[in-house]
Ligand binder design. Structure first.
Ligand code: PXL
Length: 279
């Protein structure tokens, strides 16, 4: 098997599984080297009552500059949770590093359940729209897709398939070649993924059992496995199904362990053997 390498740029939250603490183990478990640039170090993610936040924006470009004389080709650059003032720097990083044929996956991790995460306002949404112009793949959840397209968020968190179709088409007008909408609920009691391919107008989707409970960081878990799947040659819908099933497996473990998934995220470590068995 050939060697693959991903570069991911997101925060390091020491406690509360998300961002780098999810991406590094998941992508590595898939047999892919994962180079991580921390954009900030937090004591814990922002769904806790409070947190420390050490911004590392001024380190991002100096880090990649040090790699100048070395082999630094990446099969995928994967961006996750970012501060809005960091987005121009991340765009610069993409411009400098993606010219060697690597693809770009943007997860605009900034909102869920109809609202922005603490600390973000509309300027972040506008900045994120600019980042989407550099994306081969964009993976918003329903809240992020609504915010990015100025669409009202449906209060029950679901919609007709035509809602997802419209959102995906609008998002693709910002630049991404493939839009992957996760947590897409358009059949009763189900959830899944809706994929839209800008070049051909083709759509692909699936709906599976909706598991009860609220879990933090599932978007990051999904994106990490989806990035791994894409790098290993799966199609967007195949990679999405793998990622969706991995998240579901992690949630099943959390239910049986009675984990406080809203605070600590799902018990994904227990689902890693399952993920590997699917490769
Ligand atoms: O992608 C979720 C996430 C990542 N990182 C931090 C967060 C959150 C969600 O709240 O606070 C720091």
């Amino acid at each position: 098997m050939s060697r693959k390498r991903v570069l991911t740029i997101q925060d390091y939250s020491c406690m509360g599984r998300c961002s780098l603490t999810v991406a590094l183990p998941t992508i590595s478990a898939m047999g892919i080297e994962c180079v991580g640039i921390p954009t900030a170090v937090l004591s814990n993610h922002t769904q806790f009552k409070s947190w420390t936040f050490k911004d590392l924006s001024d380190q991002i470009l100096p880090i990649i500059e040090k790699w100048g004389d070395y082999d630094h080709e990446f099969d995928m650059i994967y961006t996750g949770y970012l501060g809005n003032e960091q987005i121009p720097t991340v765009i610069e990083l993409i411009k400098r590093l993606s010219h060697k044929g690597g693809r770009v996956y943007v997860d605009p991790a900034m909102a869920d359940d109809g609202k922005l995460y603490p600390g973000f306002d509309h300027t972040h949404v506008v900045a994120m729209r600019e980042l989407l112009a550099y994306a081969d793949y964009a993976k918003p959840n329903l809240t992020e897709a609504c915010l990015l397209t100025d669409t009202p968020y449906p209060a029950d968190g679901k919609g007709d398939i035509s809602l997802f179709r419209e959102l995906a088409k609008k998002l693709s007008s910002y630049g991404p070649k493939v839009v992957i909408l996760s947590g897409a609920r358009f059949e009763e009691g189900k959830t899944g993924v809706y994929c839209y391919y800008a070049e051909t107008g083709k759509e692909e989707y699936f709906q599976k059992e909706l598991l009860a409970g609220h879990y933090h960081g599932t978007g990051d878990l999904f994106s990490s496995a989806a990035v791994g799947g894409l790098v290993l040659g799966k199609s967007p819908i195949e990679a999405s199904e793998l990622a969706h099933d991995y998240v579901s497996e992690a949630i099943r473990y959390s239910v049986s362990n009675n984990t406080d998934g809203l605070t600590y995220g799902p018990d994904f470590e227990l689902a890693i053997p399952y993920l590997c068995s699917r490769l």
